[in-house]
Design a protein around this ligand. Structure first.
Ligand SMILES: C[S@@+](CC[C@H](N)C(=O)[O-])C[C@H]1O[C@@H](n2cnc3c(N)ncnc32)[C@H](O)[C@@H]1O
Length: 352
């Protein structure tokens, strides 16, 4: 797959209408890039790296294959692009270690794998939407699915293909790199019996679980005649007090203030940012999964009962809006440090 090489730095020309590549070794060596080359570079940036086939197909609506081929060859020959097997893309939101964390989240993995063992029947066609490392798609194939479409827009898809091959199911698991919201990708897939997905981010809604699941459901199961895994999402919120998280945030604020004093800079702006973002991170990210949590439930004091603020079965959900008039009441005395959001996903087997 092709990625940017570090032999060239990309920059717009002075009038801002042409992209140029400036040699990292010699700033006087400059190539002006054509519009076709710009489209290719944008495509590679968007996808975090892509093969010749993916680039040609991605640009098919705007460039003739021959024009893509010519521009791509020029970029390769000049060394603006390099061909690399390794998909690691640090600048994308998902890094290899985040994929590892998702894999090592045993509560999640156990729930998915036990649901797959119950619902996958020999001969089924499965869509593993947002396959990541491809482990679930491979398991579905091992359970007897006759075809598994594994789709991801991240270059991790190459890892998924390798995993399937090394498990002897490379001919069953077909990996596609592309956006699941892009109809041209979905058109390739045809009919499926089961859609499995895991679009849960650090906050339950931040990976677009609702719009993505609705889009897939409407595309593949307009008659509501297919299996969705998970099929139900419930979300609760509860007022909490947490000394550990609050102390950690206070430590960060104190450290920032001391840095300001050391260098003679008023750090209020940075402290304001940390107060907002640091609170979210400390309560949210660190509770990610039992294997990674830095704050355990024992560190939280619930100041009131948890209330359901969202409950949907994906098959019945009409739109992706979350509205709740439900009040969160603190009924015990204490310092309100945050609102804890707890989400439950239910799988066809009934496990959560
Ligand atoms: C939370 S991860 C789950 C990965 C894997 N299924 C698992 O359970 O470990 C979500 C995955 O979906 C992919 N993804 C998110 N939105 C997507 C989209 N619109 N099109 C294709 N893939 C998407 C991400 O790149 C990521 O690999």
């Amino acid at each position: 797959m092709y990625r940017f090489s570090d032999k060239w730095n990309l920059s717009w020309n002075d009038s801002g209408d042409k992209l140029t590549a400036i040699s990292a070794a010699c700033a006087n060596t400059i190539i002006t890039l054509s519009d076709e080359e710009l489209s290719i570079l944008e495509c590679i940036e968007r996808l975090g790296g892509a093969t010749r086939e993916v680039i040609t197909e991605d640009l098919a609506s705007e460039l003739q294959p021959a024009a893509t081929e010519k521009a791509l060859n020029h970029l390769i020959n000049e060394g603006v692009l390099k061909d690399t097997e390794y998909w690691f893309v640090n600048e994308l939101p998902y890094t290899p270690m985040i994929y590892y964390q998702m894999l090592a989240d045993s509560m999640k993995m156990d729930a998915y794998v036990s649901a797959l063992r119950r619902v996958v029947k020999p001969g089924m066609t499965v869509l593993d939407a947002g396959t990541g490392l491809g482990v679930m798609g491979t398991i579905a194939a091992q359970l007897g699915a006759k075809k598994v479409w594994a789709v991801d827009n991240h270059p991790v898809i190459y890892q998924a293909q390798q995993l399937a091959r090394e498990n002897g199911v490379g001919d069953i698991v077909e990996c596609l790199q592309g956006d699941l919201l892009d109809t041209s990708i979905l058109d390739k897939i045809g009919k499926v019996d089961l859609i499995l997905s895991e679009f849960v981010g650090e906050d339950i809604f931040d990976e677009g679980i609702l719009p993505k699941t609705i889009k897939l459901r409407n595309t593949f199961f307009p008659q509501q005649d297919g299996l969705l895994l998970p099929y139900r999402l419930q979300a609760f919120w509860a007022p909490i007090e947490c000394d550990l998280a609050t102390n950690r945030l206070c430590n960060k604020l104190q450290t920032t203030e001391s840095i300001g004093i050391k260098y003679g800079v008023n750090m209020k702006a940075v402290c304001d940012m940390l107060s907002t973002e640091g609170r979210r991170n400390d309560f949210g990210d660190r509770l990610y999964g039992p294997s990674f949590s830095e704050i355990s439930v024992d560190d939280l004091r619930f100041l009131g009962e948890s209330k359901v603020f969202f409950d949907c079965k994906f098959n019945e959900l009409a739109n992706a809006t979350v509205l709740s008039q439900e009040e969160v009441k603190a009924t015990h005395a204490g310092r309100l440090d945050g609102i804890l959001i707890i989400s439950y996903l239910t799988y066809p087997s009934g496990t959560t």
